[in-house]
Design a protein around this ligand. Sequence first.
Ligand code: TXA
Ligand code: MG
Length: 336
Amino acid sequence: MMESPSPQAVPPPVLPAKTASIARAAALIREGRLVAFPTETVYGLGADATNDHAVASIFAAKGRPRFNPLIVHFADPDDAFREVMADPRAATLASMFWPGPLSLVLKRRPGCRLSRLVSAGLDSVALRVPASTTARRLIAACERPLAAPSANRSGDISPTTAAHVVASLNGAPALVLDDGPCAVGLESTVIDLSGDNALLLRPGAITAEAIALRIGPLATLADEAEGVPRTAPGRMARHYAPGHPLRLEARTVAPDEGLLAFGPRPLSGARITRNLSPGGDLVEAAANLFAMLHELDNAPVRAIAAMPVPDTGIGIAINDRLRRAAVPLSDPEACA
Ligand code: TXA
Ligand code: MG
């Protein structure tokens, strides 16, 4: 039997982010459609966070497990805090780091307007006010918060350009707003403040040290395992994964490998080399990471070898993403 052509096969319009395209994107969101939009971290796949049906379609478009909750994006911290229980630590962090690449997990307030689906069965919700002015203009034009995971198929490398979005999701978004490459290039730091101990769920550009200076030391999931564990439902072992096998801490490279180099002395002999930062700058490396993984993944190589990256500052977040990208598909702990 002939299958009817899938509407997903038609690539979405990609429009430069301007007043008219932002207005068109907002109209689509208000109709319950999906729109991919830029943030300073990675491109997001946005939907009206108050519309159950729209939020459900994010999970379908990404092939995302239903137990993995979504971050909700606001134009303004006051709008965000209206949906959750008050928390002085959150107020402190928001005054320092919002708008910016930080997501805060807080307890939902009774009467919270956000779809239960964004919380994936938890009594908490992750909130973020992005630094990208395009993102905030879009949210303001929608007059409602946007649920937005990274705009890639679940488990794939995150998108830092509009072209990455189209390559991974094809026709799933009704529109892609293009604002060029993302400045930060790694997803937001996620801090769980839903319990007594502040917990680092995902490292990012805003480091655990910078946060600890304001609210005291952070626990990690490993520390919590001793007591009553809280979960990081979306922190799959395998994530951000290229199609080629990825080898970490490479000190040598084979002629059929692609090299992800770092610093002034890249290994020689690879078929293709991409250097995260020839000058050894970790912020530049973070901004280049996903785009270079995409390029090496599309190259005719057997595997990708990654040189060591210093484990300090934003380097901690780079190494977190590299480790998850390197988990083999055969790993029983791995999960798409
Ligand atoms: O930078 C970012 O955060 C990007 C841009 C688009 O804003 N978004 C993003 O979303 O990375 P996503 O869905 O790919 O990652 C969200 C992370 C997941 O690890 C998820 O499990 C966690 O945040 N998360 C969301 N809500 C949570 C909650 N209530 N409790 C614990 N973790 C939560
Ligand atoms: Mg993601």
